[in-house]
Design a protein around this ligand. Sequence first.
Ligand code: FUB
Ligand code: ZN
Length: 662
Amino acid sequence: MKKTSILFLFTICCLSAISQPTNSGYPINPVPFTSVKVTDQFWGQRLAASHEVTIPLAFGKCEETGRYENFHKAAHPSPDYKVGGLAFDDTDVYKTIEGASYSMQTWPDKKLAQYIDSVLTIVAAAQEPDGYLYTSRTMNPQHPHHWAGLERWEKVEDLSHEFYNLGHLLEGAIAHYQATGKRNFLDIAIRYADCVERSIGDKPGQVARVPGHQIAEMGLAKLYTITGEKKYLDLAKYFLDKRGYTTRKDAYSQAHKPILEQDEAVGHAVRAGYMYSGIADVAALTGDTAYIHAIDRIWDNVVSKKLYITGGIGARHQGEAFGNNYELPNLTAYNETCAAIANVYWNYRLFLLHGDAKYFDVLERTLYNGLISGVSLDGGTFFYPNPLESDGKYKFNSEGTLVRQPWFGCACCPSNVSRFIPSLPGYVYAVNNSDVYVNLFMGNTADLTVNGKKVSLTQSTDYPWTGDIHIKVSPRSKQQFTLKVRVPGWVQGQPLPSDLYSYADGKKLNYTVTVNGAKVDKKLEKGYFAISRQWKKDDVVEVHFDMEPRVVKANDKVEADRNKISIERGPIVYCAEWADNDFNIFNVMLNQKPEIRVENKPDLLKGIHQLKTTVQLLTQNETGRLQVKDVTLSLIPYYAWNHRGSGNMAVWLLQNLNGLNR
Ligand code: FUB
Ligand code: ZN
């Protein structure tokens, strides 16, 4: 038999061994990352950087920093081992394999696949006979990691991260299985999930525990969807239902009250974002509307009171946590990169539940700004916090460095970037019966199934620099369906679906849609331009969004942004940085009606559109008298800041003298 047919048979066997796969439970079906090939300039660069730099770097760091060694040690335990590092270091290995699995869809890579298999052999060897997989204990059970306690699960509600490790193990293993059809990672993950499922609960012999750090809920719900085994969904729901009823009862961990009573985003932002995502997954699969109401309420709170203009969440350094309502400081904004990723997960799931474009408005804002600011353009260095202002001196802690770093002692952000960026193709489209959603704009080719029939879509665009998008729609044969093109809030005059921010320049942007050259009447459904017709091969949809620089003001209740404005264009939030301006950007006053020019700079920061505007620069002469002169202020996309060293940077810029009094 030829090699290829052996592989084919093997793949089929692997796939068929999974019993009764179910769907995601969401009314709207994601179009998976395996069906979309990105051909885009903007995202193509990021995906290539992820493949060529981020993922090899993360694997290299896992090796160099002893993360693989931990699995080796767990395979051969010894009372002499001193358990160091962090109790969730195993997850960096799982997250990097997850990212590599997505990435290999775009760049099939036999060597990488073999490397992953060799890593998985080491991981499998570390698993205890009953499935328990936690190197921080197994390598030396008498002296486990000081966060773990002498008994399994003893400190899982505090800091042991045993369930957090399970969550990332499941996420990584399922992505690997979906991408490769191989079960070597999935089987490890199932064995650990079974171990937890047997141990946790209210039955005799079990212990009642919830995760100190959420994410297992998402992983378990996903495991249910691919295996059809209800016990995994039950465990995910148990973790949620039990929250607030065990010994853990604090806001840091969103356990201050039962989930159904929560209406404000509090505590550690990554924990929160993962929990809200897990709630959405479980609600979709169980039809529990009370859970949906809870996350809808919390989402309203975030979007109207706790979201940065960059889409970042988690204002406070202390506890890596949400602040109070309207507490959105700029210099000290924490905005962990992982929290931005969690915000994308959550908003994506709310879209899948409700089919409303407003969730993608939040997602897009986060994606293009506060998320990708967390990784350098070359994919090789990372930010942990993502502040909206810098004086080139303020540092959060050892991880809150002044320039992006290749890795951190706590490497959650680099490894999260490793897994998130290559998963991006999975966010572009979605399908619900005869509705096809176009949610993100980027060059790609995609194969969708609409009402059981194959439809190909080809997008080409220069987005986010222009608002022109060309979509070729090609069903195999003539087919009736509705193409729903998202009309972003920013083109409809609303930065976010709340009154937290508003445009302050009085401009009105326009947008048009044509099909095969003929204009289509505007018919917006939940923020989507809906085109229902009998589609035929090579139909062409042309979308145009006016893209102009916009002036944004924050709600007056946001003290940090009073008397200031920020500037954006399309989905991109801009900032002023020292490297483009040979004066102190904190001493400039923007005009009341700034005129902003757009300049295409293909050679700057991997190609950007720069914005320029005339501002008044305040200086003092030798006697201390104020002097005012007009200068040109240059702005760059916020995501691209800090590529030329550290120094002054600001997203919110002074527009009124009153701002100086604060
Ligand atoms: O606890 C695991 C990860 O470490 C969290 O998600 C991050 O915020 C960091 O604290
Ligand atoms: Zn992180």
